[in-house]
Design a protein around this ligand. Structure first.
Ligand SMILES: [Fe+2]
Ligand SMILES: [Fe+2]
Length: 353
């Protein structure tokens, strides 16, 4: 491997933080103890629990996920002065395949971010029960990177580079020395959005390998988000209004950047279309269905922020922002602090049936 290739392959994020020992080994957080026990009995093996021998037809999978490109981007195709006016059935079918590939590639990169963030939490969180749990999550995340990378490599044949928005978010989380920011950024925001996105993909796909893989990953992710909710709930009770405001601003900034992550810049570039021209047209014609899809991605983040007290702290600053971007309606949906048990039970039932 040449130096340029190495530079291309490795991305280093410099960070300064405290690696924290605790000499208090007493088990004092029952909800985290329960979660840790659950994690120990919920491990699965990507090599043996999934059937990798199935043949996958990327075009068929894409068709199911987005109705090919045509249906999903119908409004874009029909718009006046549309940058994709010249697309025929062949191009639209390709958009479907690319979109699927781009989405799964970003899932894979996000999973690696989760792997690094959780390894960080093992070092920085001051509670023994949280260190134990976070250690199980490190293993979960390694498995998630493994399955998405293998699916892309063996079944779809190529992968996209990381999206700049996602990369920026992961870098910022890893640069921050505060232990709770790794949780808030990763467990609440990135994983909250991933859980909703996996759920939508799982619901529509009938490709058996992808479906089972997503179900397994989701049952782990639900625990991870619950880990964030349970840990931060305790910590945030002790913070001042000014400190809470800092967290609100961080959460809002990540939310806006995550929203842009779904713009698929790399995909449009690969299709030979100027992404900015696509966004300008989309803004003009954005159909209600597309808006609804974007909003649904926040269906886990908003109730979890509420449970942490982040919506209404500091005079309800975050509630106002979430109202402005049209996602506040999810505030009373199930928060993941309670939901992970259901998700896990469901996985076990389906695994036996
Ligand atoms: Fe994960
Ligand atoms: Fe996770």
């Amino acid at each position: 491997m040449t130096t340029t290739e190495q530079l291309d392959t490795i991305h280093a994020v410099r960070a300064e933080f405290d690696s924290v020992f605790t000499w208090d080994y007493a088990r004092s957080r029952p909800s985290l103890i329960k979660l840790y026990e659950k994690a120990k009995t919920s491990q699965w093996n990507a090599s043996t629990d999934l059937d990798w021998s199935v043949d996958v037809d990327p075009e068929r999978v894409a068709q199911e996920l987005g109705g090919g490109g045509t249906m999903r981007f119908q409004a874009l195709a029909e718009a006046e002065n549309s940058p994709v006016k010249h697309f025929g059935p062949k191009e639209w079918s390709q958009v479907g395949v690319e979109l699927q590939n781009s989405l799964l590639s970003q899932f894979m990169h996000g999973e690696q971010g989760a792997l690094l963030c959780t390894a960080r939490i093992v070092e920085t969180v001051p509670w023994i029960d949280a260190k134990y749990y976070a250690a199980t999550q490190v293993m979960d995340e390694a498995r998630h990177v493994e399955v998405f990378a293998r699916y892309l490599d063996e079944k779809l044949g190529y992968q996209y580079r990381i999206n700049e928005n996602l990369k920026g978010i992961l870098d910022d989380i890893l640069r921050d020395p505060r232990w709770d920011i790794a949780y808030l950024g990763m467990q609440i925001m990135v994983e909250g959005l991933a859980l909703a996105a996996f759920g939508m993909m799982h619901m529509v796909t009938t490709e058996p390998l992808l479906k089972k893989m997503l179900r397994y990953v989701m049952s782990d992710e639900a625990r991870h988000v619950a880990f964030g909710v349970l840990s931060l709930q305790e910590y945030y009770k002790g913070l001042s209004a000014a400190e809470m405001r800092e967290r609100q601003e961080f959460a809002y900034d990540v939310a806006c950047r995550l929203k842009r992550r779904f713009a698929h810049t790399e995909m449009w570039e690969r299709m030979g279309v100027d992404p900015d021209a696509v966004y300008r047209t989309m803004d003009r014609v954005n159909p209600p269905a597309q808006q609804q899809f974007q909003q649904l991605l926040f269906s886990k983040i908003v109730p979890n922020c509420k449970k942490l007290g982040l919506l209404d702290a500091a005079d309800g600053w975050l509630r106002e922002r979430f109202t402005e971007i049209g996602v506040i309606q999810f505030e009373d949906w199930a928060d993941t602090g309670e939901e992970y048990g259901t998700c896990e039970a469901e996985r076990q039932c389906r695994a036996v049936s």
